[in-house]
Design a protein around this ligand. Structure first.
Ligand SMILES: *[C@@H]1O[C@H](CO)[C@@H](O)[C@H](O)[C@H]1NC(C)=O
Ligand SMILES: *[C@@H]1O[C@H](CO)[C@@H](O)[C@H](O)[C@H]1NC(C)=O
Ligand SMILES: *[C@@H]1O[C@H](CO)[C@@H](O)[C@H](O)[C@H]1NC(C)=O
Ligand SMILES: *[C@@H]1O[C@H](CO)[C@@H](O)[C@H](O)[C@H]1NC(C)=O
Ligand SMILES: *[C@@H]1O[C@H](CO)[C@@H](O)[C@H](O)[C@H]1NC(C)=O
Ligand SMILES: *[C@@H]1O[C@H](CO)[C@@H](O)[C@H](O)[C@H]1NC(C)=O
Ligand SMILES: *[C@@H]1O[C@H](CO)[C@@H](O)[C@H](O)[C@H]1NC(C)=O
Length: 549
């Protein structure tokens, strides 16, 4: 309870205007980054003496403006003396998300650090926000301060979004992926400076949710991140998710869509170099508007080399960073797209139609539709049961199939050193209004990982127990590479944890997270090869998709 009160206080800390040193009523703390660079952050202390030092708006790159727009980020310049890190930076330019009070700007490459002890050497979590590569910010979906009491240094980052992060001419002039390179640079900043905040650069975990999980998974397969982290958390997303990267064969479409956008802002030159030069001078908000329908996702390219090949190919070849992973989904992430006003469930025909429409953009998929329907429904005919199965199928179609395929690739690579944990999250926070068959919405687990967060109401004992359970498992993974190490599991005072065994090819374990969590064998083994087949199809130029079978 005390911790909750403390967070409400945190929520009310004004971060807008900084008074002179002497007049600042808040406790401050100063850390030394070397070369005469010091940073002043906030020292926030709760009545229960849970202490968090917070540093906001630390620059990690030179502002990517002018002729640095659509270029790889450059490391921030050193400053000298004390720099204030007591107020939030601007968030990256974006069209809709994060209305809050945040200022949006192209000058947004800043990160935040939350630490319980600036003089320690603690494991680090670098969190990458989601928002479909187009929205969100380091401030939008989590509160890094909630992790600090677990003995973890949390870092939250902004990275370039939408056109600023991803616009590409489909060639080496504008290869795209600038936002991804921002994340890599932030990881390098962590290596260089996190010890000044009490973090251990050799114990970095990266984590993210939704597009943030796509990104984490892409960072795992990127050759540019070698040695920058040892663990990865992916909540509802994988680099193998069908919308995580630009699909093969769409290079021309990408170029066309970029040129169309460019024309709207008066950049109708013919060569990529001319278009780039022109686009670098366009007002950022105009450009955001003009690119709403453009393809703005990470892509395979060799100029920067962030993603030299499709993630599935890199995984198959064993070309990825061998790190521990924890990943999974929520039980009803696609339910918002389902409607059942009559509440009479789903017939087998309706189930089949739903699967068919998912595969619409693929060709010759009759057999695949049948295989998917069979794998999920067997001989089930009860419409209410079929409705629940369809909820699961939607979860898998959007996120779960990618995660499953990814974890299988990790565990099949000969490598005894790393461990991989798979979950599905089933707990519906008290007060959830949707019907029970919806399951748990996209993003709902965040309030339990970053617990307690002032944006959520934890009204019941179950809410709070799940918060303690989930946060403890996540923090254990960050600290030990294992969510339920025996020594911690049996220690007194903490929440009671079910032993979460890793997923292996022989024993594909899945933790069903709920008030009482349950370790089960992954229940749909038929899907293991099916999703890989679907992902492979997605990586094939549409006009050349072979007949399946
Ligand atoms: C932070 O604040 C607490 C409580 O006000 C105080 O005891 C502690 O000395 C402060 N630490 C620093 C580094 O300012
Ligand atoms: C900037 O600071 C870093 C860290 O203290 C130091 O290693 C580096 O030499 C400095 N660079 C310059 C140009 O002073
Ligand atoms: C964003 O803020 C504006 C101005 O306060 C308001 O009109 C609008 O409804 C807000 N949008 C969202 C999505 O909250
Ligand atoms: C960290 O350690 C230094 C040197 O021992 C000390 O001066 C400083 O007060 C400590 N900082 C905090 C926040 O505890
Ligand atoms: C570009 O647009 C301008 C103004 O709309 C027009 O005058 C010019 O001919 C166009 N150039 C090309 C290469 O299409
Ligand atoms: C469905 O199939 C399972 C196993 O394949 C079988 O045990 C069960 O009896 C069947 N149910 C119906 C209603 O046919
Ligand atoms: C939390 O409870 C308050 C008061 O009952 C309500 O206004 C608010 O919408 C709730 N927030 C959430 C996220 O459920």
């Amino acid at each position: 309870m005390n911790v909750y009160v403390f967070l409400l206080l945190l929520g009310s800390v004004s971060v807008s205007i900084i008074a002179q040193d002497v007049e600042d009523p808040r406790q401050t703390v100063v850390v030394d980054l070397g070369a005469n660079q010091r940073l002043k952050g906030l020292n926030v202390s709760s009545p229960s003496s849970v202490k968090v030092y917070m540093f906001y708006g630390i620059p990690y790159a030179i502002p990517p403006v002018g002729n640095l727009r659509f270029q790889p980020p450059k490391p921030a310049l050193n400053w000298s003396g004390i720099r204030d890190a007591v107020s939030q930076s601007a968030i990256c330019s974006q069209f809709t998300f994060d209305n809050l009070t945040s200022v949006k700007s192209e000058d947004c490459l800043y990160l935040n650090v939350f630490t319980p002890d600036v003089n320690a050497s603690l494991p680090v979590l670098m969190w990458i926000h989601g928002g479909a590569y187009r929205g969100g910010s380091a401030y939008s979906d989590v509160d890094g301060a909630t992790m600090a009491p677990q003995g973890v240094v949390a870092v939250t980052i902004n990275y370039r979004l939408g056109a600023m992060g991803f616009l590409s001419t489909g060639d080496d002039v504008m290869p795209g992926n600038y936002g991804m390179l921002d994340q890599v640079l932030a990881l390098k900043w962590v290596q260089k400076y996190i010890s000044a905040f009490g973090g251990d650069p050799s114990q970095v975990t990266i984590g993210g949710q939704s597009a943030g999980a796509f990104i984490v998974s892409l960072l795992v397969v990127s050759p540019l991140t070698k040695g920058l982290f040892i663990r990865a958390i992916m909540e509802s997303g994988s680099s193998l998710s069908l919308s995580a990267v630009e699909r093969m064969g769409s290079g021309n479409q990408v170029r066309d869509s970029t040129l169309r956008s460019a024309e709207r802002v008066g950049c109708n030159q013919t060569t990529s170099a001319e278009v780039l030069q022109c686009l670098q001078e366009v007002n950022v908000d105009e450009l955001m508007l003009a690119t709403l329908d453009a393809s703005l996702v990470p892509r395979v390219e060799s100029k920067f080399g962030f993603l030299p090949d499709y993630p599935l190919n890199l995984l198959k070849a064993g070309h990825y960073n061998k790190v521990d992973t924890l990943q999974g989904t929520n039980s009803g992430e696609g339910s918002a797209f389902m409607q059942d006003p009559e509440d009479d469930g789903v017939t087998r025909q309706e189930f089949r139609n739903a699967v068919k429409s998912q595969l619409e953009s693929f060709s010759n998929t009759e057999e695949l539709v049948q295989e998917l329907v069979d794998a999920y429904t067997g001989n089930e005919t009860d419409p209410l049961v079929l409705r629940s199965i369809l909820v699961q199928e939607l979860v898998d179609w959007v996120f779960g199939g990618g995660s499953l395929t990814e974890i299988i690739k990790y565990t099949k690579t000969p490598d005894v050193a790393t461990k991989h944990f798979l979950y599905q999250f089933y707990y519906r926070i008290s007060g959830t209004k949707t019907p029970a068959w919806w399951g748990v919405d996209h993003s709902a687990e965040l309030g339990f990982v970053f617990y307690p967060n002032s944006r959520y109401n934890y009204s019941t004992a179950d809410d709070r127990a799940v918060g303690r359970q989930v946060q403890t498992m996540w923090a254990n993974f960050i600290k030990y590479g294992d969510p339920t190490p025996t020594s911690v599991q049996t220690s007194t005072g903490g929440p009671k944890l079910v032993k979460w065994e890793p997923f292996t090819p022989d024993q594909p374990n899945l933790l069903e997270i709920n008030v009482v969590s349950k370790l089960v064998t992954y229940p749909r083994p038929l899907l293991i090869n099916l999703y890989e087949k679907i992902i492979e199809l997605a990586n094939t130029p549409v006009q050349r998709i072979p007949i399946v079978g």
